[in-house]
Design a binder for this molecule. Sequence first.
Ligand SMILES: C=C(O[C@H]1C=CC=C(C(=O)O)[C@@H]1O)C(=O)O
Length: 365
Amino acid sequence: MLAADTPSALSDLDTYREGGFFFASPTGVLVAEDAGTPAPERLAPGSVLVGALPFRPDRPARLTVPALVRRGAALHTVALPASPTPGGRWLDQRTDATAYTDGVARALRHMADGDLNKVVLARALDLTAAEPIDVRQVLAALAARDPHGYTFATDLGGSTLIGTSPELLVRRTGTAVVSNPLAGSRPRSTDPEQDGRNATELLVSTKDQREHALVVQAIADGLAPFCRRLDVPSTPELLPTRTMWHLSTRVTGELRSGETTSLDLASALHPTPAVCGVPVEAARSLIGEVEPFDRGYYTGVVGWTDDRGDGEWVVAIRCGEVADRTLRLYAGAGVVPGSTPAAELAETSAKFRTFLGALGLKESA
Ligand SMILES: C=C(O[C@H]1C=CC=C(C(=O)O)[C@@H]1O)C(=O)O
């Protein structure tokens, strides 16, 4: 059931409890205090389905219908505390950079053989804290650093997926549909001139344009059967986050049928080549062979759908999984012909900074 709108985002953040669900988007905040009951076939009037889909289709979805859902104002429209940094000491940081560059080199050989056009390869970074990690504090820090992003926390049963994604997989409002695929990246720089050069370099890079175009094509192909009108801009724009520049294309459409829910659309689009690759099966199998960890819900989908079918689902990136004193962060980069292992490694290090910065950790990964 839905509760009345709450007046401030601070109180929305305050109502989140570990084990529940939090989702902030540029259009509003949705908080569920308990994990709820498993998702039924059809939602009762006034109820909302929340949760996450995994990266791999053979893993279980974690979707529930909470007893009570609160909705509040978008974080960028209200006063938030200035970037609070979660307390606590971090004891350990581990990642395997060589395994990653070896994996990229292997992907490039597959591309040279003509088996693959694109694959997104990821790294995990394991952090251990001296005390149990305060998920609410981490969530508040992520939200305060990027009030325009999609900040989320969702229960995985014994752990929490938490992050701040820049990438909207799909939003449905009535028959209006929006998807905002991102692919192609450069780091932000604190030096304004360097920052501008990074942005320009990204915009004119043919390698990044190709990497981006594959995602836009997959989104257009995935939405087309559901839409009577689809508008796909022919050239990408730059989208800045606090830590990264991305190539971005905002795809809009109008559904043929009001029966198609936002979760139907998210399921049809997932996994896009922003997280998996082209062809999908070849990319997914290379990811399974090369990455020395299970992605779980990283590069899955997180969001909500209401009883009318409206909702928002984002690509689960710039995120990590918290369990007690451990936090596993993930970052991936799209590999296409023209990629180099060193540049993709550097890109994943830059992406880790989104989360590390919120924790007050400056170390490069
Ligand atoms: C897979 C990730 O980012 C994706 C989304 C935007 C840009 C990407 C890129 O340029 O490679 C990735 O496809 C990640 O952040 O872990």
